[in-house]
Design a protein. Structure first.
Length: 431
């Protein structure tokens, strides 16, 4: 394990809160994600089902958690099923959890082999009236034809217990997970700290003629060196006009002398993520136009982030952010007041240069769970990421920080990461 385990009390509190909002006479079944194959005998890096991790602390495949608060026998109220470590598996893999490991990480005493799941659940399933099951309900979820373990669990339950009422785990976890605890905030801060080191390392390394992927390699170095699990997402290292492609991540072009680079990246540390965007000139000095665009985006970040406070609807926040950027686009000579007055309200003119939202929940997922139809609340961690993209000029600029919402004003968790023009130029000059 690269990071210090999260306190078991964290997961115990999460399960208690989850149990309190379950309906009477129901149980929840949460299944781990699958190990995904590549080719031949290789597999992709493993990523856990974050609802399962949030409630158990277990970060390995072939895991099932049952939460059944109304079980007659106390030992059946929490059951954790994991793959049983064998002498052969320990020789080949070596890092599978033992039952005792799982007890210590999760705080769950009743740990069984996953092979016992079906016969165990049969013993008390008919005492329940309904079953909570997990499914990826994120608004931007990526779907595939291949079934996940959660999909298979849903089909199995429908077949095995056709008269039970099925409920959605997501309706409960999307209520709990957006409000971050001290432990979660500390892990996000540690992710951000590694991000700071990585950004400064990139500033040390950039030079005219280098490839974008060389800068990506500097990010990887800091991620691994500091014990992080992985990139939070595929990093965007976009020089020149590539920065106008919002999800550019091929990172294969040469960084030219006069280019500005957009670096959008995150670190996953202890399963919690950062999400940071910074821009900088390849030659160490912003051109007059790059500086103008950068200052406009930075102004929108400063003013827009002030809107991230309890009680504000995300839709109202986004409208206000769009107005801020629209005003800056006029100042930059990209759109005119006349164009705004005559625009189609369904397709405002600012969208030519600014075409995305600027705030999302951050936590176990980079785009963490949470309802955008409900107001922001104290304890949420949100990004703020305005941008201006001018393809015809080969300039794309986006700046992003991570904020903790409190009743006395939000806290910029990424404040230590250089963002001022003078600060970035001085760092590049010194290095």
């Amino acid at each position: 394990m690269r990071t210090k385990p999260i306190s078991v009390t964290f997961f115990e509190r999460n399960r208690t809160a989850f149990s309190k909002i379950m309906l009477p006479k129901t149980m929840a079944i949460l299944a781990s994600n699958d190990v995904m194959p590549t080719n031949a005998d290789d597999v992709m890096g493993y990523a856990q089902n974050n609802d399962l991790f949030y409630l158990s602390g277990i970060d390995q495949a072939e895991t099932i958690l049952i939460i059944y608060p109304d079980a007659v026998k106390e030992e059946n109220r929490l059951i954790l099923f994991i793959k049983k470590a064998t002498e052969l598996s320990q020789i080949w893999d070596g890092d599978s959890l033992t039952f005792q490991d799982a007890r210590e990480l999760s705080g769950i005493e009743n740990v069984k082999s996953i092979d016992e799941f079906e016969k165990t659940i049969q013993l008390f399933a008919f005492e329940t009236e309904g079953i909570y099951l997990g499914h990826n309900e994120h608004i931007k979820r990526v779907t595939f034809e291949m079934q996940t373990r959660q999909d298979r669990m849903i089909e199995w339950c429908k077949s095995k217990y056709p008269l039970h009422t099925l409920y959605r785990v997501a309706t409960l976890t999307r209520e709990l997970r957006p409000i971050k605890t001290e432990e979660e905030i500390e892990l996000i801060k540690q992710s951000i700290g590694i991000s700071k080191n990585a950004f400064i390392r990139v500033l040390q390394s950039v030079k005219a003629g280098c490839y974008e992927y060389e800068l990506e390699a500097e990010l990887i170095y800091e991620v691994v060196k500091n014990g992080a699990k992985r990139h939070a997402f595929l990093p965007i290292v976009a020089s020149g006009k590539n920065a106008c492609v919002l999800h550019y991540n091929t990172n294969h072009q040469v960084c030219k002398e006069t280019d500005m680079v957009l670096l959008d990246f995150g670190v996953c540390y202890g399963n919690y993520n950062s999400d940071i965007t910074r821009c900088f000139p390849v030659n160490g000095v912003f051109s007059k136009r790059q500086k103008e665009v950068y200052q406009s985006v930075l102004y929108c970040l400063r003013e827009g982030s002030k809107l991230l406070k309890p009680g504000i609807l995300p839709s109202d926040y986004e409208k206000n952010m769009a107005t801020l950027i629209e005003t800056e686009l006029v100042k930059l000579g990209l759109i005119t007041l006349e164009e705004i007055a005559n625009q189609n309200p369904k397709n405002p003119v600012y969208k030519k240069y600014f075409m995305h939202g600027t705030a999302h929940h951050l936590g176990l997922d980079v785009h963490d769970v949470g309802l955008y139809s409900e107001p922001f609340k104290e304890g949420m961690v949100l990004t703020c990421e305005p941008g201006i993209y001018i393809l015809e000029e080969g300039i794309g600029c986006r700046l992003e920080n991570d904020y903790l919402i409190t009743n006395s004003g939000n806290i910029n968790l990424s404040e230590s990461i250089p963002i001022e023009i003078e600060e970035i130029e001085n760092l590049m000059k010194a290095l």
